[in-house]
Design a binder for this molecule. Sequence first.
Ligand SMILES: Nc1ncnc2c1ncn2[C@@H]1O[C@H](COP(=O)(O)OP(=O)(O)OP(=O)(O)O)[C@@H](O)[C@H]1O
Length: 266
Amino acid sequence: MRLIEVRDLRKHYSSGLISKQCSRAVDSVSFHIDQGETLGLVGESGCGKTTVGRLLLRLIEPTSGSIIFDSRDITRLNRKEMRKLRPRMQMIFQDPESSLNPRMRIGESIAEPFRLKLHGKMTKIEIRDRVLELVDVVGLNPEHINRFPHQLSGGQNQRVVLARILAINPEFIVADEPTASLDVSVQAQILRLMMDLKRKFCLTMLFISHDMEVVRHMSDRIAVMKEGRITDVVQQTRYSRASDATGERICDRIKGIDPEPLRATI
Ligand SMILES: Nc1ncnc2c1ncn2[C@@H]1O[C@H](COP(=O)(O)OP(=O)(O)OP(=O)(O)O)[C@@H](O)[C@H]1O
């Protein structure tokens, strides 16, 4: 089943006071993502990947085109309707610390969606148990819940971001270069965790990266972007998809990671 469909999406920016110049950040882009599928979006810096991701969640408004999410054109929804829909679609950014409130302890950050009663009222004990469960699911220790983001590493903070997203319980995630800011030694661990969570929670994902090898490892299909347009969509077969060799290459590149578990997730 199709969860998201983008039709003829454009985002143009104009600049210059006297002679107006138009930059076509996204130009006539169309694609779809099926439920449970990961579509990789790859292309060189400045080709429009992040703009597509932000448009899909309506963090920015399109110049034209439609974005059908679960059979509804979200470009036509008003603020109230969009606010209601928002928990179903979430974004993971490059820098995990920027997505976390620096003054909130990790436990509070993960608990926030429960406190906001996104999924009904819960008691304090139920919230604490769910937080501890999620901390475990993303591979953190219970002691981390009392720390602040600046007291954790980048990789640990990205795990917190993932736990918080799972607390919101979305169906669709835009992951925009989620490991780009991380130390090479933790990149493979986070990618592996994302693959596991994606399977476990049946998530649908747009995975954005400029790194073709990482995108090949993570995606079912790959859309290639150039100068605001999608130039190619490649279906990954069981064989072309991140093969054992690719898994090993990623591990080779990201030193200190045992290739076996990574291969097991392919
Ligand atoms: N608010 C804005 N105003 C004007 N131009 C913008 C704005 N945001 C993005 N752009 C331009 O749109 C184009 C696409 O930017 P975008 O950030 O989507 O690219 P990207 O492929 O994600 O790049 P990177 O991989 O470096 O993050 C760029 O040329 C950028 O300068």
